[in-house]
Write a new protein. Structure first.
Length: 391
């Protein structure tokens, strides 16, 4: 039993939207299921034609194809076509259509490559499966990352908008930097598909752009670029600095980034998230306000030491981050409360002397970093006492 969802596939998205091919589906398909393919016909005016009620369908197609005054081309959804009519339609130039034919087309001769025939019974394309090395990763990602058909339709419209911007810049003789700026909203491995759509829809040719070309299964490969190297430098620099950095990354994402723009791995992988931010938000470098929050340790209130400060400065030097305007918080001296050898040897029930009490005055909770450090040191002191009693 057919459903409209059977035709929401990467292959149909590729053929109709990116390659701008005409589709012939056989045998009979319910009209509402045929129209599920409208989701891929972004940028077209949709016209329905029923071959059983229109005698001069070829004349109409010819006239509409060459005499349309609309800014958008016409996409015809033609139902109940016969073999003799199909042969005449295939011979027409500049036609854009999706056709359903009731008759068997297993032996029907298909001339040229503008029409792709699909057998809905065995779910196979007659003259498309022979093509090799077609990467469907972009189409697959678009479909799988869409919660419903409305979301998918919006994503396809967005790609059409990007193509329109590229075409406009091409008419202005823009340089490659402008094209790259427009395309930068998407990963480089998807640029070829967007350019393919633009070239086919507007019938133009784009110059070669410096971009990453990928093979099949490339969606599993990760780009190794300067942003990954930056991230690795940060993570390997200092455990405290690195830990705070990752927390700040996710805090920034929750406040500044629309989660709908992120892939699943970018939501949870700090390295992928960092690369996304560097490409789409921080293309000029890590912003000063983020760096200042990072140094201030505002999330964890960790009191940085002189050693931490030196590690920060070394890291900034490697990342080419100027530190002239960076304000480091007051460096706190480490509070050493380790018990003396004499104290460690005292009996279990001995009380602290007045002198020891002066050295263990509890800091104000208002100075939370110092208070927290005091707690940790106190726990260390207790642990040492317990170990000495067991010896």
């Amino acid at each position: 039993m057919d459903t409209g969802y059977d035709y929401i596939t990467p292959e149909f998205l590729n053929l109709i939207f990116f390659q701008r091919k005409n589709i012939v589906i056989y045998p009979y398909l319910d009209l509402k299921h045929l129209h599920s393919l409208e989701i891929f016909a972004v940028g077209y005016n949709i016209v329905d034609l029923d071959a059983t009620v229109i005698n001069n369908i070829i004349d109409i197609l010819e006239h509409e194809s060459y005499n349309s005054y609309s800014q958008n081309p016409t996409m015809f959804f033609i139902s109940n076509v016969k073999n003799t009519q199909l042969q005449k339609i295939i011979n027409l130039d500049s036609i854009h259509c999706i056709i359903n034919i009731n008759e068997n087309l297993d032996d029907f001769p298909i001339v040229g490559n503008n029409f792709v025939v699909y057998n809905k019974k065995n779910k196979k394309f007659r003259n498309f499966h022979k093509k090799k090395n077609i990467d469907f990763s972009f189409e697959t990602w678009l479909i799988k990352s869409s919660q419903n058909q409305s979301v998918l339709h919006d994503k396809i419209i967005k790609i059409k908008s990007i193509g329109t911007k590229l075409f406009a810049e091409l008419n202005q003789n823009a340089d490659n930097k402008k094209f790259i700026q427009i395309l930068s909203e998407y990963e480089k491995k998807y640029w070829d598909k967007i350019i393919q759509f633009t070239e086919n829809y507007y019938e133009v040719k784009f110059p070669k752009l410096p971009r990453v070309r990928v093979t099949l299964n490339s969606d599993k490969e990760e780009l190794v670029d300067e942003h990954v190297k930056e991230y690795e430098l940060i993570i390997k620099s200092n455990p405290n600095i690195a830990g705070i950095f990752v927390k700040n990354l996710h805090e920034y994402r929750s406040r500044k980034v629309n989660p709908a723009n992120l892939e699943l791995m970018e939501l949870f992988s700090p390295r992928r998230l960092y690369c996304y931010l560097r490409k789409h938000h921080w293309d000029q470098g890590i912003p000063d306000d983020f760096i200042q929050e990072w140094i201030n340790m505002e999330i964890t209130h960790y009191p940085i030491t002189e050693s931490d400060k030196n590690d920060f400065l070394t890291l900034f030097s490697k990342l080419n981050i100027p530190n002239n305007n960076i304000e480091f918080p007051k460096i706190r001296e480490e509070l050493i409360l380790s018990p003396s050898d004499d104290t460690a040897k005292k009996p279990k029930n001995d009380e602290l002397t007045g002198e020891n009490k002066t050295h263990t005055t509890i800091p104000s909770v208002q100075d939370f970093p110092l208070f927290k450090q005091w707690i940790f040191n106190k726990l260390d002191q207790i642990e040492t006492q317990l170990k000495s009693l067991k010896s």
